[in-house]
Structures are given as structure tokens and as C-alpha cells.
Design a protein around this ligand. Structure first.
Ligand code: 3HC
Length: 303
């Protein structure tokens, strides 16, 4: 018999997940909304602050369903069923019958607290609430909850369809039913789940922040982007630090570095220069031969 993962409660106490609510319709949220649809085959409703954002998320998910169909990964009937199970709304009241609600809104504590404080008015007290935060404290995110025992961190990695891990973050308040539901849900999504402590960056981002922060610091102290990139390439990483930063999103990356720098100022660099580049929207340009060239900050008048 398979051994229970470290710290995981009995899966028999997991609650059923019959409808999923996704708050935030950005790229990360849309990627995992698709995963919930495909692996759980239950209704999935997505929401955001306006209809245009909701429509963009719906278009992305429908486009990915069409791609799965064209690659022969799913058949026409399944594509139709997944499209029928997917809805979008700007009204959080439509989450009333969701028993699993997960958010991937802007990485700001106050925004996430507002989202959970409000959603609790619509869902049942047993519904599991999950946050995909990259590095904020899950316990603090749930500070305004009446039932913080049903809050858990459920942290995906980019690209969601490919990366095999979910970090399940347990706060001191998270109860066994919630943790068990999270572990069983992760298994249904066909991901490996690890239970982590509620510490800044959990496990993976704590380590990644070190690598990405050091790469940015090298640039800030006079080494060129192309030198850092070329130096790191032979180490066999699937992506070099700057390419990875663009994949996760420069603003998300900057927030991850901010969280680590505030928590451990003597161990992590600040992210000022990454914020500047995030405002520009890019770090580097490609030279067409698989190499990168740093954007010229001086020419762009930001230094
Ligand atoms: N979205 C969806 N699918 C993608 C994708 C994307 N952005 N990028 C690649 N894929 C899919 C491809 O479609 C392909 O699927 P297929 O076999 O069904 O056609 C499959 O992945 C492999 O693609 P490639 O052949 O292009 O594969 P590569 O060998 O170049 O690998 C990679 C691509 C998997 C993205 C690899 O470069 C990698 O592992 N990179 C590291 C990613 C990483 O470290 N992610 C963690 C970031 S940290 C994070 O997200 C946490 C956050 O809190 C900050």
C-alpha cells in the first residue's frame, strides 16, 4: 500500500469537490482552471474584476481545449463537455455552490484578504478556500476569515500543464479535513504534492528567489545579462534565470523577491532593478541565435 505523504491526514476524511470557483482570470489562474476542468470533470466558474478580464480568461481556456483536441489529447465529446462545464462571471454570488474556491489574484496581501473576507459571505462554511500565493503568508491572507480552518495554500508552478509539483501550505489553523481535501485534489490533478510550512516562499520559491536574486544582483553590480546567461547555461537548468523570470512574470518575480527581502533582509537582495524592468515589460532581447542581450536601461531613460 502506498505510504501517506509526510504530514498528510487520512484521505478518507477528504471532502468531495463538485464545483470549483477560480478567482482571478489571469494566465496562471486560467492555466489551473483548465487543469481542474480536465482532471476533475466538474463545473468550473472563473471570475475577475471586470467582464473583459473574464472573457480573456475564458478565451485562453477555450483555446487550450481546442489545442488539446487538435493534438489528439482529448476527443471532440470531451472538448464539448469541458467547454460546457466552464463558465465566467463578475458576480461572486455565482460561487455559492462551490465547495472548492481558489484564488490567483494580484500578489498583494490586502487584495487577497479582501477576496477571501468577501467570498466567505457566499460559500458554505465547509467549502475549502485555497490560495495560489507565491510567497505571502497564507495565515495572514486568511486574517479576515470567520473559518480560517478551511484555508490552505495550493501553489502551482509555471507552466501549470507541465510542472509536476503543488506545494500544499498548512497554516496553524488549517484543519485535517481541509488538508486531506487538498492532498486528494492534488492527486486527482495528477500532481505531486508536498506539505510545506507557511514560511516566506515556502520551499521552492525560497530557493528560486536566491538564484533569481543573485542573477539580478550580478547584473546590478556590473556583469552583463548575456554574461550571466551564458555562464549559467552549462549547468543544465531547464531555463536560465532571466528566461525563467520572464516565464513567471516580471512583476510576480519582483513581488517574490520583495517578500523574501522584507522577511530576511540580510539574506536576500532587494528587487528595485527588477521592478524597473518589470515596468518596461521585459528584461532582455533575443539575438535570433538562441542568445539573449540585456535591454539597455540607459537608452530607455530609466536610470
Ligand atoms: N504553457 C503550456 N504548456 C507549455 C508551456 C507553457 N508556457 N511551455 C511548454 N509547454 C508544453 C509544451 O506545449 C509541450 O507539451 P506537448 O508535449 O504536449 O506539446 C511541453 O510543455 C514541453 O514543451 P517543450 O518541448 O517546448 O519543452 P522544453 O523542453 O523546452 O520545456 C519547460 C519547457 C517545461 C517550460 C522547461 O523549460 C522547464 O521546465 N522550465 C522551468 C520551468 C520552471 O522552473 N517553472 C517554475 C517557475 S516558479 C513558479 O512558477 C512559481 C511562482 O510562484 C513564481
Amino acid at each position: 500500500r502506498a505510504k501517506r505523504p509526510a504530514g498528510a491526514p487520512d484521505k478518507k476524511i477528504a471532502r468531495p469537490v463538485t464545483k470549483v470557483g477560480v478567482i482571478g482570470a489571469g494566465l496562471m489562474a486560467s492555466q489551473f482552471a483548465l487543469l481542474f476542468l480536465r482532471r476533475l470533470q466538474v463545473p468550473v466558474v472563473i471570475t475577475d474584476i471586470d467582464q473583459a478580464r473574464v472573457d480573456k480568461g475564458l478565451d485562453y481556456i477555450r483555446g487550450e481545449i481546442a489545442t488539446l483536441l487538435s493534438k489528439g489529447r482529448i476527443v471532440r465529446d470531451e472538448a464539448n463537455r469541458l467547454n460546457a462545464l466552464l463558465t465566467g462571471t463578475t458576480n461572486r454570488a455565482d460561487f455559492a455552490d462551490c465547495d472548492w474556491v481558489i484564488e490567483a489574484v494580484f500578489e498583494e496581501l490586502g487584495v487577497k484578504q479582501e477576496v477571501f473576507g468577501d467570498i466567505e459571505n457566499y460559500v458554505s462554511p465547509e467549502a475549502v478556500l485555497a490560495t495560489n500565493t507565491s510567497s505571502l503568508s497564507v495565515e495572514q491572507i486568511g486574517a479576515k476569515l470567520k473559518n480560517p480552518e478551511r484555508l490552505v495554500g495550493f501553489h502551482f508552478f509555471n507552466p501549470v500543464a507541465v510542472m509536476p509539483l503543488i506545494e500544499v501550505v498548512k497554516t496553524p489553523a488549517t484543519n485535517d479535513e481541509t488538508l486531506s481535501t487538498a492532498m486528494v485534489t492534488a492527486a486527482k490533478l495528477k500532481k505531486n504534492a508536498v506539505i510545506t510550512r507557511d514560511t516566506p516562499g515556502f520551499v521552492v520559491n525560497r530557493i528560486l528567489a536566491k538564484v533569481l536574486g543573485e542573477a539580478m544582483h550580478a547584473v546590478d553590480t556590473g556583469t552583463s545579462f548575456e554574461t550571466v546567461d551564458a555562464a549559467v547555461k552549462p549547468f543544465g537548468l531547464p531555463m536560465t534565470p532571466f528566461v525563467l523570470l520572464e516565464l513567471v512574470g516580471l512583476k510576480v518575480g519582483a513581488h517574490v523577491l520583495d517578500t523574501h527581502h522584507s522577511a530576511f533582509p540580510d539574506r536576500f537582495f532587494d528587487s528595485r532593478s527588477l521592478h524597473e524592468l518589470a515596468d518596461l515589460g521585459r528584461i532582455y532581447e533575443k539575438d535570433g541565435k538562441g542568445n539573449i542581450k540585456g535591454v539597455d536601461k540607459a537608452a530607455l531613460k530609466i536610470v
